[in-house]
Design a protein around this ligand. Structure first.
Ligand SMILES: Nc1nc2c(ncn2[C@@H]2O[C@H](COP(=O)(O)OP(=O)(O)OP(=O)(O)O)[C@@H](O)[C@H]2O)c(=O)[nH]1
Ligand SMILES: [Mg+2]
Length: 290
């Protein structure tokens, strides 16, 4: 990166569910901070990833996919998107060319520009053949293609982001990667493992709560987490015959968490029936989703 004054600011990563927001965040940071799955609506909270270099510091806010729905969980998620879009110095609007540019993109783009917040529009997944040569509506802003899988276009995008940030000293200590505590990130890793192991059977309303996070021993982190489901039948699915499914979720999640914390992890998982967790604003808040 060219010399010059130190720049720092907040960049909101916005877009529809499944556009590739969390994958880009992880690629930019070179760390797996946000969970990624092939299903829409994976991200449920605003996750800050901090990228610090000699001449800049960028606070990247990963956000849930924007989409219309009256369900309390979705309403809470949309509020998070709005707040992130409001508090940033720059917006990155990610569009998957396969699903195209829509009125929802146009509305958000117009709103941010009207507020004086510049927006870079990025088309994602450029490594996939069916994302190439897609025609955009004439009214859509110019897009720059990137691939978070191959890294195509990402260095140029990063350079462009930096030039648009205010001149400022670093806003966070330079060795800090996120504002989210490890216990929250561990809960996310368990949720991702459940996505992977359950596939189509995954209940949409599955949440994970870390109820114990014990770092007293220097050579081992002890974690106990509850997987919350809304119905008895879902509890059976998540546990599986003879506990096989929950066991596989545990093994997979433990590996990811050990990577994240750089230590051995003892992980204990319990499946709990909590019929109303996704309907109560207070509960959504205590789970970190609003
Ligand atoms: N081939 C390819 N796949 C990608 C790329 N970026 C993301 N994906 C895939 O697209 C899917 C969705 O990626 P996510 O990063 O979870 O998308 P998101 O926008 O964060 O989704 P939500 O959190 O649900 O809003 C995953 O299966 C990713 O592996 C890319 O550059 N190339
Ligand atoms: Mg995401």
């Amino acid at each position: 990166m060219a010399d010059g004054p130190h720049r720092a600011g907040a960049v909101a990563i916005l877009g529809r569910p499944n556009a590739g927001k969390s994958t880009l965040l992880n690629h930019l940071l070179g760390e797996k901070l946000a969970i990624v799955t092939s299903k829409p609506q994976t991200t449920r909270s605003r996750i800050l990833g901090i990228l610090s270099r000699e001449h800049f510091q960028i606070l990247f806010f990963d956000t849930p996919g924007m989409h219309e729905s009256a369900k309390p969980l979705n309403v809470a998620l949309n509020e998070l998107v709005k707040a992130a879009a409001k508090d940033c110095d720059l917006g990155l609007l990610l569009v998957d060319p396969y699903t195209g540019w829509g009125d929802d993109h146009a509305a958000l783009h117009a709103k941010m520009v009207a507020r004086g917040c510049p927006v870079l529009v990025v088309s994602t997944k450029a490594d996939l053949a069916n994302r190439r040569n897609v025609e955009w509506p004439p009214a859509a802003p110019a897009m720059r293609p990137i691939s978070a899988s191959t890294g195509e276009g990402v260095a140029e995008l990063l350079a462009d982001i930096v030039t648009r940030l205010p001149v400022s000293a670093p806003l966070y200590p330079e060795d800090q990667l996120s504002d989210r505590p490890l216990r929250f990130l561990a809960a996310e890793m368990v949720r991702e493992a459940a996505f992977e192991e359950l596939g189509q059977e995954l209940p949409y309303a599955l949440a994970v709560e870390v109820v114990e996070y014990d770092e007293k021993r220097s050579d081992l982190v002890r974690i106990r987490a509850d997987l919350l489901v809304e119905r008895r039948s879902q509890k059976q699915i998540v546990i599986g015959k003879g506990g096989q499914v929950i066991k596989r979720i545990g093994v997979r999640a433990r590996r990811e968490i050990e990577q994240l914390v750089g230590n051995k992890v003892h992980l204990e998982l319990w499946v709990k029936l909590e019929p109303r967790w996704a309907k109560q604003p207070k509960r959504l808040k205590s789970l970190g989703y609003s």
